[in-house]
Design a protein around this ligand. Structure first.
Ligand SMILES: O=C(O)CCC(=O)C(=O)O
Ligand SMILES: [Fe+2]
Length: 295
């Protein structure tokens, strides 16, 4: 067991594992992520099919369609389906979650250089568990991981964390608006210093998670984090976010990742994860007007 990982998570609420995924495997994963971008671009608007989703925006600065996120692409890509349950995840997660682990989210985030909307407002991921009552010990036994595909720097919008913020309870930051652009006039755009001050956080205390391809960041559902937009001219900022939960604390939700320590492929049909309408609105369908068009 790596005690420094557990210490970091207990003390700071997040940890970074350098060299989590070997370079040879990263080359394949990176190519698969690019395939998913191309797949997303075959759609004219945001596309949903069961848990699979591609979120597209018409970027007002680039003046073209971009893909910002994909969800549960593991349904359509073998490399990435294996990636989500790679034995390295078990090595890291077993001391935290045990040998029976389900996965709640499976996301790629892109930040095309120069795009207007590539900020992620500060938040706690508990915000994205709309039915916390479906889980036991929800904040204790859930972790989100971010695998760096590109180098992650201040310039291209690396993640930022508030160390120790996981001890503050749920703060409600960025509730009630989109995670990229806020809600009303008070919260529009990236998180403002006043919003942080209202919950006694000081922007000077953030830690930038600079990472190389293959490094992994992980954090709990109460750790405050976000990221700035991509201000670089040439480099994307791609990450794969996978979130995991102790299976016995999530009887209703999630896809198996490890069953008694055995890496477990997706089954014939998706399970309820975060998308509430899986059974009532499986699609496929498009969401024509998106929030950018509404600005
Ligand atoms: O991609 C990012 O920088 C942040 C993503 C994130 O925190 C989330 O989707 O919950
Ligand atoms: Fe998050």
């Amino acid at each position: 067991m790596d005690n420094s990982l557990i210490d970091d998570l207990e003390r700071n609420g997040f940890a970074i594992i350098r060299g989590f995924m070997p370079a040879e495997e990263m080359a394949e994963i990176s190519a698969a992520v690019d395939r998913m971008y191309d797949e997303g671009m075959t759609h004219h608007a945001s596309y949903h099919h069961k848990n699979l989703c591609f979120e597209l925006l018409k970027d007002p600065v680039l003046k073209r369609k971009i893909v910002v996120q994909a969800y549960w692409f593991s349904w359509i890509d073998k490399t990435l389906e294996e990636q989500r349950r790679h034995p390295r995840y078990l090595e890291v997660l077993e001391p935290l979650l045990g040998r029976n682990i389900k996965q709640i989210s499976n996301q790629i985030h892109w930040k095309p250089p120069g795009a207007k909307y590539s900020d992620y407002r500060f938040h706690q991921d508990l915000r994205f568990r709309e039915k916390p009552e479906d889980f036991n010990n929800i904040t204790r036994h859930s972790y989100t991981t971010a695998l760096a595909i590109d180098p992650q720097t201040a310039e291209n919008g690396a993640l930022q964390f508030f160390p120790g913020s996981h001890k503050l309870g749920y703060l409600g930051l960025s509730d009630g608006g989109t995670i990229m652009n806020g809600g009303d006039e008070r919260t529009k755009g990236p998180t403002k210093a006043e919003e942080l001050a209202a919950v006694k956080l000081d922007p000077k205390d953030t830690v930038l998670a600079e990472m190389e391809p293959g490094d992994l960041a992980l954090w709990g559902l109460l750790t405050v984090h976000g990221s700035k937009g991509n201000r670089s001219k040439t480099i994307d900022r791609r990450v794969i976010l996978n979130s995991y939960v102790r299976a016995e604390d999530s009887p209703l939700r999630g896809e198996w990742a490890f069953k008694d320590g055995i890496s477990t492929p997706l089954g014939p049909e998706p399970h309820l994860c975060k998308y509430e309408d899986l059974y009532t609105k499986p699609g496929p369908y498009y969401v024509e007007g998106d929030w950018v068009a509404e600005q």
